[in-house]
Write a protein that binds this ligand. Sequence first.
Ligand code: GLC
Ligand code: CA
Length: 608
Amino acid sequence: MTTRQRHHVSDDIHSNGAAVNPWWANAVVYQIYPRSFQDSNGDGYGDVKGIISRLPYLADLGIDAIWLSPVYRSPQDDNGYDISDYRDIDPLFGTLSDMDTLIERSHGLGIKVIMDLVVNHTSDEHAWFQASRDAHSPYADWYWWRPAREGFHPGEPGAEPNRWGATFGGSAWQYDPQRGEYYLHTFSVKQPDLNWENPHVRQAVYDMMNWWMDRGVDGFRMDVITLISKRVDVRGRLPGEDYGLFSDGPVGEEGYSSPWPFSMDGPRLDEFLREMRSAVFSHRDGYLTVGEGQGISPERNETITDPASRELDMLFLFDHIGADQHGTKWTITDLHLPDLKSAMDEQQRAVRSKGWASLYFNNHDQPRSVSRWGDTSTPELRTRSAKALALLLHLHRGTPYVYQGEELGMTNAGFTRLSQYRDLESINAFRQRVQEAHLQTAESMMESLAKVSRDNSRTPMQWDGTRFAGFMDENAGIEPWIQVNPNSPSINAERETEDPHSVFSFYRSLIALRHTDDAVSCGEFAMLDMDDESVYSFTRTLGERRLLVVVNVSSHSSDLPVQTRGLLAREADPERVVIANESADAIVGEIAMGRLSAWSAFVYQIEK
Ligand code: GLC
Ligand code: CA
């Protein structure tokens, strides 16, 4: 039962009249990275009890659901994305009973609870994998086991079945002496890929999902779910495919080929998602499913999220956050705004009449957007650009996701030494790119990490200005698992919740706006001035209501581009400014001048 009154969006969320009225159509989801959110017992790691203690803060922000990054039992090789028991909570985070309390208290505040579902792979310490190491066990076929390359002795250098590289460095194949074969791991050596071709694997996953749903959770964010169907048959090469499981693809600069083309959006993905939907969700409502959508084209996004397909409610796509990445993720460049616009536009168009979009700039795998695309050179510009990016994202059509600390305008970690990093991807990439493949100097790789390492978003949540930012007890005698950002005395929740002009207060207004304004949640999206390099503007239209969204994504003043200016001709009514990061009078002044100040961002209600 919810205690807050929720506003229901009109049935007509699609411009073509396709009626869907799920609760998430005007909801905002808040992502929690548990190990960095709030420590309750002074061990330096955030935990479930810590989350419970901060629920009032989240209710105050106004979000509708929390998504927890994994808290299941795990050796923590990849901070919980390597699960050894899906039906237990890791002692680092607490107990099952803490989890029950979190679900109950959240529901009491009208907040749904979405769990992370990591089922492309398990931990190598999972009982299924341990059993699978015996070729005669019933679990023998639960993972991707392959013999050594022909003519090689198992375990010797070069004997891997092919040259696939793992996402977190090294070969994607690991030799297991007990089995005498290699297993596939798309990610770290401690994250063996499950074999979804095996129906017993699928049933075990669905049983586990039902177990959690019956316990009260409200859905799942599905980790790399579009990798579960591998593009191979059991024996190898597929007719018509360029290369099969046993042959090498093109070898990249780090000395490996990529297994991703064999698994992204594989041939049985729709079938598996439908089967999951029917096994877990067919008799339920009020839930949410969102899949991490690597390799999903706009057309495929439409199909997968079309309610009629009975697959997923929405997907996290990647092309927009890849707009400034050319080549590898380590070679990030300055954002060319039209690239971001066209990626967002394509995503919005794809689900215009069927399906639904997720909206995000931040998560636990991305650097902080205010550091990446905003301006952190002064406190004023940081605040202003954080609000501008928030307005820009939240005014699109779809379900926005706020990543912890984003609502405070938290910035990148600012690490300068390798020893400050904790993320296995960052540490392995440094070794592979600098020491093994000699692709970057140590200095240039430290610059890359400072810009894109996942640890940028994993520093402790900044609650207040005390030594460890209120994340943990400062008298515990130990330090947090990862360093607190030194800017926590000025950027923290305590200051911002009290300040009506803070980034936090702005997020609260944006969230409230989505709850009450159908044009914001459902209105049709139309991009304007696509080629303008500074101004990002679009309209949202529902019935007679039309909103014009204008953001100057730059630290200099910019002319209103032509289409936007056309829509604003003769407009000068401060009452029509729906929300902005400066006063309505200032906005009207800028419209009159035809010139936007740095990071100016507003929504203006225009006549249709
Ligand atoms: C997803 C997660 C990421 C994790 C990876 C492997 O991309 O978001 O954090 O490392 O999958 O599970
Ligand atoms: Ca703890």
